[in-house]
Design a protein around this ligand. Structure first.
Ligand SMILES: Cc1cc2nc3c(=O)[nH]c(=O)nc-3n(C[C@H](O)[C@H](O)[C@H](O)COP(=O)(O)OP(=O)(O)OC[C@H]3O[C@@H](n4cnc5c(N)ncnc54)[C@H](O)[C@@H]3O)c2cc1C
Length: 338
């Protein structure tokens, strides 16, 4: 029987998660990923990969909670399995601290991480410039391992992979029955979506194996995330800044701010620097529209614009994209190409 040809554009954490969900669930589909860049060269590869989120203004809170819960449940299962090390997924404990007491003391994801509680007066003594803190255990998902692990899972489910830049969705619609756009910041051009913009993030990688717990300032700009091979120090959030070069001043600022939180970092050796552009958008776009090509109506499912939370929401939004693909097949079986 002719199989439905599905194209997933993008091989970052969003594209690979979505492609795995479709390939493993919809056996009537043959799924191909086409991407310009693969691991280790995507934005996802450089992200610290801490599961954590802030709220998007116009996405119903219940939907955001589901995205978070589905992702953390999926990654917790990996962290507790023999795949944990290969997949680069593990539990990570630490705290988020605030200079002023936040209005919302119980973020929407607090029930899904483990052991969330406010810090005691005694614990806060370590951070004299901060008034309030929360401590919890979450997941760290290191994409340099996780993406190849997902890619292998995708191939095992029969998926095909091609390295290529897609220059137009219309042209792709002539060759596929369903298109899933997970091109992140690339959607600005590909989907002609000017709402997508870069949020530049610079980090330092340091050798500080004595640090085991993460520390994040609630302003989102300063963080210390111990990982498998190094500790990530961040960061910057520079909207509409397309520079991919390392900025020395940014690097000095990161080291200074992180050392104020954790003075032992002054002894740490810097072993790497990295810059990535988050796919910023007021709200992620996870929805369906249609393209028309050669007399056929081709469903186009979008899944992009996750900003600073693409890893955190990857599996949850992938499951929504899967549902949209499934609905497209159910509503009207696409005319498979001859
Ligand atoms: C410094 C920094 C720290 C971060 N820390 C975290 C964190 O701790 N937790 C968290 O959840 N998130 C974090 N993020 C955010 C996270 O990295 C992003 O949200 C996530 O990587 C987005 O994934 P993506 O798959 O949408 O995009 P990407 O990883 O950018 O992948 C996009 C894919 O689309 C492809 N593509 C684009 N255009 C085309 C085209 N025309 N044709 C073919 N292929 C195309 C690309 O080649 C690539 O394969 C951080 C980001 C930065 C910069």
């Amino acid at each position: 029987m002719k199989r439905v040809k599905v194209l997933v554009i993008g091989a970052g954490v969003v594209g690979l998660s979505t492609a795995v969900c479709i390939a493993e669930t919809l056996v009537c589909c043959s799924v191909t990923i086409i991407a310009e860049k693969f691991s280790p060269d995507t934005t996802s590869d450089g992200a610290a990969g801490i599961l954590f989120a802030s709220e998007f203004p116009d996405v119903p809170l219940g939907r955001q909670q589901r995205w978070f819960k589905e992702t953390i449940d999926h990654l917790l299962a990996i962290a507790h399995s023999p795949h944990a090390s290969d997949a680069g997924v593990f539990l990570c404990s630490g705290c988020q601290i605030f200079k002023e007491v936040p209005c919302d003391k119980k973020p929407f994801w607090s029930d899904f991480v483990l052991g969330f509680r406010n810090m005691t007066h005694q614990e806060m003594k370590r951070f004299p410039d901060h008034k309030f803190g929360q401590t919890f255990t979450t997941i760290k998902c290191e994409c340099v391992r996780y993406l190849p692990w997902l890619e292998k899972r995708f191939r095992e489910a029969g998926g095909q992979i091609r390295c290529e830049k897609i220059t137009g969705l219309q042209k792709a619609a002539q060759m596929y029955d369903v298109i899933v756009n997970c091109s992140g910041l690339g959607s600005r051009l590909l989907a002609k979506d000017e709402e997508v913009y870069p949020i530049r993030g610079q980090i330092l990688k340091v050798d500080a194996p004595w640090l085991k717990n993460f520390i994040r300032d609630g302003d989102g700009k300063t963080y210390i995330y111990p990982g498998m091979g190094y500790v990530t120090l961040g960061g910057t959030r520079q909207a509409d800044d397309w520079r991919l070069e390392v900025d020395e001043e940014d690097g000095d600022g990161i080291m200074e701010r992180c050392s104020q939180l954790e003075p032992s970092l002054r002894k740490a050796q810097v072993i790497g620097r990295w810059v990535g552009l988050r796919p910023g958008r007021t709200n992620p776009r996870v929805e369906r529209e249609y393209l028309y090509a050669e007399g056929r109506r081709v469903p186009l499912v979008h899944n992009y614009g996750h900003g600073g939370w693409g890893i955190t929401l990857s599996w949850g939004t992938a499951l929504d994209a899967l549902d949209l693909v499934r609905q497209s097949l159910f509503e009207k079986p696409p005319q498979a190409r001859l």
